[in-house]
Unconditional design. Structure first.
Length: 103
């Protein structure tokens, strides 16, 4: 049986590092006050405030945090999450194509 490709290990390590970095950044980059008025919340769930330097803010409803889409770095975080979500699909397709090419 073939060994799994080395890049799968790097994907797993990358996801772990991303979680470690986010767990460090979350407390340091989060706005803690609840004084934000409703105009910053688009559709009630998307926080957009260019004047707020926080990358993460507490959710308006429920538990947890959301991105401040007024901060340019939030789009980089969102793109990184999308790449990490699509990486297993792309890697699986590449391995299927490699198997098909062998036969």
């Amino acid at each position: 049986m073939d060994q799994p490709p080395v890049y799968i290990v790097w994907v797993i390590v990358g996801i772990g590092l991303l979680l470690a970095v986010l767990s460090y950044l979350l407390p340091t980059q989060t706005r803690r006050d609840k004084s934000t008025s409703g105009y910053c919340w688009k559709a009630g769930i998307f926080y957009v405030n260019r004047e707020d330097p926080s990358l993460f803010v507490e959710k308006r409803f429920g538990i947890g945090y959301t991105l401040n889409f007024g901060n340019p770095w939030s789009w980089a975080v969102l793109a990184l999450i999308a790449v990490l979500a699509l990486a297993p699909i792309v890697l699986a397709l590449l391995s299927v194509l490699r198997v098909v090419q062998r036969h």
